[in-house]
Design a binder for this molecule. Structure first.
Ligand SMILES: Cc1ncc(C[n+]2csc(CCOP(=O)(O)OP(=O)(O)O)c2C)c(N)n1
Length: 328
């Protein structure tokens, strides 16, 4: 890991913010206070953060239905997101996006998406625009990243998007988050032949990478290589991260499809945050007390965000009639 102490603390803060944000949602959703469907990202934090730590606001990402982690990693405001999920008119999208459709274009976050497989074509469009747009203020080629699950990789849209990205030599990056399940279907059952999602991108002519998505340093180092390749003008690339989701497909999913002891094993051996703590403290890059301090600060940020979301204004009847049409 080639990161400074400050960068490591920043990465840990983001991963812990995602974890605490969602652990809290897990409790709150059970009380019935939050409306709508919610899919938690817990367990996959190292992927979102390890990818987004390399990006600026000029780079775009497109998320999935499991989008809280991607939003927070890309720098979306914690309180604005909490208010959004609470359905408040003070939320990041005035409460009209909710958990599954949060977007913040100022941060280059083009939206979470309830349609599985819709992200990849959107990201390729953004990558084609980035190619026309040129470089960012630091002289780097802007990129657009599509996060897709193993289920989304079986959608035709993802295949079409990969082909289009290669044909147009667009600076698009396909980040496949293989958390082993598409809803309740194991990827070994649903992904044909080799079970290797990355090799599908390879078949379209892209350079591909694979890494352990529960190891922050592996994600971060791999992404550095991927971005160097794409920013050098070599066209699109893809990377498959092997990761884990800690909760059900949606909140309320009883997860009967999980094997006996599977969750205990995942939580004890494949927790990216625990593994990060162990790696950096054993290597004496950070002290446990440094990380404990971040934990306390994050806990306060999340508690304050929830209090603000609870107190925030609810939508009015008139709000239904605003933001219906957009003029370009
Ligand atoms: C086009 C479409 N088909 C089906 C669904 C229902 N659906 C929602 S999430 C999901 C599974 C997605 O799995 P994956 O891409 O692996 O993402 P994960 O949930 O594992 O993060 C499905 C089938 C949908 N929302 N959109």
């Amino acid at each position: 890991m080639q990161l400074s102490r400050e960068d490591l603390l920043g990465a840990y803060r983001r991963m812990k913010t995602i974890r605490d944000f969602e652990e809290l949602l897990h409790e709150e959703i059970a009380t019935g206070e939050i409306a709508g469907f919610t899919h938690l990202y817990c367990g996959q934090e190292a992927v979102a953060v390890g990818v987004c730590e390399h990006l600026s606001d000029d780079d775009k990402i497109v998320s999935t239905h499991r989008g809280h982690g991607h939003c927070l990693a890309k720098g979306c405001d914690v309180t604005g997101m909490m208010k959004e999920i609470w359905g408040s008119r003070e939320g990041l999208c005035k409460g009209k996006g909710g958990s599954m459709h949060i977007a913040d274009t100022d941060k280059g976050m083009l939206g979470a998406n309830g349609i599985v497989g819709a992200g990849a074509p959107i990201a390729v469009g953004a990558a084609m625009a980035a190619k026309l747009d040129g470089k960012d203020k630091d002289g780097k080629l802007k990129v657009a990243i599509a996060f897709s699950g193993d289920g989304a990789c079986n959608q035709g849209t993802t295949f079409e998007a990969m082909n289009m990205a290669v044909v147009t030599n667009a600076p698009a990056i396909f980040v496949f988050e293989n958390n082993h399940y598409s809803e309740h279907t194991g990827y070994k059952y649903a992904v044909g032949t080799s079970r290797d999602i990355a090799s599908r991108a390879e078949a379209f002519g892209m350079k591909v990478w694979r890494a352990d998505g529960t190891d922050f340093s592996a994600v971060h180092d791999t992404m550095r290589e991927v971005l160097e390749h794409v920013r050098a003008g070599n066209g699109p690339a893809a990377v498959e991260f092997d990761t884990e989701r800690f909760y059900g497909h949606f909140e309320g999913d009883p997860q009967r499809y999980r094997g006996k002891g599977e969750m205990d094993r995942i939580r004890s051996e494949r927790d990216c945050i625990k593994n990060f703590r162990r790696t950096v403290t054993e290597a004496k890059l950070l002290e446990g007390s440094d990380l404990d301090r971040v934990d306390e600060e994050v806990a306060k940020t999340i508690a304050d965000a929830v209090a603000a979301a609870r107190a925030a204004d609810r939508p009015t009847a008139e709000d239904v009639l605003t933001d219906v049409y957009i003029d370009y």
